[in-house]
Structure formats: structure tokens, C-alpha cells
Design a protein around this ligand. Structure first.
Ligand code: UDP
Ligand code: MG
Length: 318
């Protein structure tokens, strides 16, 4: 049986914390009883620089229950960073992690199914919501537009999966080799490789408190996702430059025709042609420079280039 760590990022979750802790402890006991995880499995609450009583509550839970751990970050760094801090800490003392939000919108009832898939050989199991009934119409449509936009930009993400997932220790270890500072986990995890699977659940309403992801943070996350994973926007500029240069030839012909057959102000023809042409050349040049910057960007991220899963070689030690 493997040791499970449940990683829970929390930001101003004082209304939720005790409810969450109780529910998660209950599920841990349940899984221990079913012999799915070892007895020393634990919950790790990560306090992302909360301004309310979140940390005091985590500390008091830790006092009371030996399987509740706490990690306090010195300031509010954001969900993705808090989750990463939790995963990398948990990795050192567990075999497998499950990350889940503090608001229990994700179904803790599927932990068991996730673990079954883990024991069957999956290193990453994604929690995927199959219905979004409880989200507001606005949240649902913007989120779905976001997934579509991401995939059109060539970023591989799992549709309708947020950050509710199981990761084996070796998957987290490989993830820790991604040294980039701009984190967008949903894009990074699929790059790890290994065998993956999904479990499906219905997303519930937040039990208490309100969303810590207002529109501003959601947009920031979307832009982060695109700019950290795709240099397509730069290619779009280059393509647009090309199109405008082509347009300038059409403008050139149109201007010449007007010059010979119509009534035009003196100087209009040459102005028209040069504005279009120079505009196109400038955009194309910016796009080309952008392509190099895009390459530099990819290089400086120093992502691992591959992940070796198995090596069959000479037997050592005999
Ligand atoms: N969260 C965090 N840091 C932040 C914002 C949010 O750690 O700066 C946590 C929050 O406590 C919750 C999770 O990230 O556990 C997801 O946030 P929330 O449920 O508010 O997002 P929503 O479900 O509305 O998208
Ligand atoms: Mg939530």
C-alpha cells in the first residue's frame, strides 16, 4: 500500500477549512480501511499567504490530528504556485499525491477510483467534470471558450479538467524538473508523459466562502496559459505582415488604375502605395524578430527535453 498525500491550496478559506479538513480526514480513514493507502497517509494544507484565520485553523488542525500537515507561504503567490509548493513538499514524504481545491467543489468520492487507476499503472489521473451545471452560465461559457482557444493555439490540455488530479511520486519528480517561473500546470502536466487516465465527476457548488478566482485572475491565468505555451501569436503577426504586403500589391494596382482613369489628388497614389507596403514590411519584420524571441523564450525555460521511463540494459551487480 502506498502513502497518499492530499495537497490542498488555501487562500482566505477560513469558512471552508474545518469542513474541508473533516471531509478529507473522513475519506482518508475510509481509504485506509479499504486498504487502498497506508496508515501514515496525510493531508497537506498550503496556506497561500491568507489574510484571514486560515493558517491558525490549519495549525490547530495539525495539533489535533496527526495526519494533517500545514505549509505556510510567506505571501500570496497564487493558486498555481501554492499548489506547486505543496506538491514538491509532499513528494518528499509520500508515494502518490492528489491535489484538490479547498472548497470541495471536486468530488472526493472519486479518490478511490483514482487510486485504482494508479495501482493499475497510471502515473497521472485527471479529474474531469462531466457536467458544469453548478457553474454560472458566464463561468461555464468563458471556461469552455478558453479550452477551445488553448487547443487552437496548439497547447495540449485536458478538456474540462482543472487542477484536481492524482500524480505519482515519479510524475511529480519529473514535474519538479520544469524550472520555469511562469506556471500553468494544466499545460505542463501533459508534457510529463507516462500512462494517464481520467475519472469523471460532477462539479458541485462551493460549500462556503466565495470564489477566489474573480474574472481578473481568470483572465490572467488564460493569458499565462497561452503565452507560456504557445508562440503562435507571434506567428500570427508574421502571417498578418505577409497578408498586408500582399494587400499592398492590390492597393498598388488599385491606385495605379485610379491614377490613370480617375480623378485623384496629386501625391495620393504614391502615399497610398507606400503606406500599405511599409506597413506590411514593418509587421513582417516585427513578426520575424518575434520568431527569434519566441525561440529564446523556449530556450530560457530550460524545460526537460524528454522523460525516460524505462531503460533496459546490462544487468548491473552480477
Ligand atoms: N487559491 C489559492 N491562491 C489564490 C487563489 C486561490 O491558493 O490566490 C486556492 C483557493 O483557496 C482554492 C483554489 O485555489 O482552494 C481554487 O480557488 P476557487 O475555488 O476560489 O476557484 P474557482 O473554483 O472559483 O475557479
Ligand atoms: Mg472552487
Amino acid at each position: 500500500m502506498d502513502k497518499l498525500a492530499i495537497v490542498v491550496p488555501c487562500y482566505n478559506e477560513e469558512e471552508m477549512l474545518l469542513i474541508s479538513s473533516e471531509a478529507l480526514r473522513g475519506e482518508l480513514d475510509n481509504l485506509i480501511q479499504k486498504n487502498k493507502i497506508s496508515k501514515d497517509s496525510f493531508i497537506l494544507f498550503v496556506d497561500d499567504g491568507s489574510k484571514d484565520k486560515t493558517w491558525e485553523l490549519i495549525a490547530s488542525e495539525h495539533e489535533k490530528y496527526s495526519n494533517v500537515y500545514g505549509l505556510k507561504l510567506a505571501g500570496n503567490v497564487g493558486h498555481q504556485y501554492a499548489l506547486t509548493a505543496g506538491l514538491l513538499t509532499a513528494m518528499q514524504c509520500s508515494d502518490v499525491t492528489i491535489s484538490i481545491d479547498a472548497d470541495l467543489q471536486d468530488d472526493i468520492g472519486v479518490f478511490e477510483e483514482m487510486l485504482d487507476k494508479y495501482y493499475a499503472g497510471c502515473d497521472i489521473v485527471y479529474g474531469v467534470r462531466n457536467k458544469r451545471k453548478t457553474d454560472t452560465f458566464f463561468k461555464r461559457t468563458t471556461a469552455q471558450a478558453f479550452y477551445k482557444l488553448m487547443s487552437s493555439m496548439g497547447v495540449k490540455t485536458v478538456y474540462n479538467h482543472a487542477d484536481f488530479r492524482l500524480m505519482s511520486q515519479r510524475a511529480v519528480k519529473h514535474f519538479s524538473e520544469f524550472k520555469e517561473s511562469n506556471l500553468f500546470l494544466r499545460g505542463m502536466i501533459p508534457l510529463i508523459g507516462y500512462k494517464t487516465d481520467s475519472v469523471y465527476y460532477e462539479r458541485k457548488e462551493r460549500v462556503a466562502g466565495e470564489s477566489k478566482y474573480p474574472l481578473k485572475k481568470m483572465l490572467a491565468l488564460a493569458i499565462e496559459g497561452i503565452t507560456s505555451f504557445s508562440v503562435k501569436p507571434i506567428s500570427l503577426i508574421t502571417v498578418m505582415g505577409g497578408i498586408i504586403i500582399f494587400g499592398s500589391f492590390c492597393a498598388f494596382i488599385y491606385a495605379l488604375i485610379s491614377y490613370f482613369f480617375g480623378v485623384v489628388e496629386p501625391g495620393w497614389t504614391s502615399l497610398m502605395i507606400s503606406i500599405w507596403f511599409i506597413g506590411g514590411v514593418q509587421l513582417l519584420s516585427i513578426g520575424l524578430i518575434g520568431q527569434y524571441i519566441g525561440k529564446i523564450y523556449v530556450e530560457v525555460k530550460h524545460r526537460p527535453r524528454y522523460n525516460i521511463e524505462t531503460f533496459l540494459g546490462e544487468e548491473s551487480g552480477n
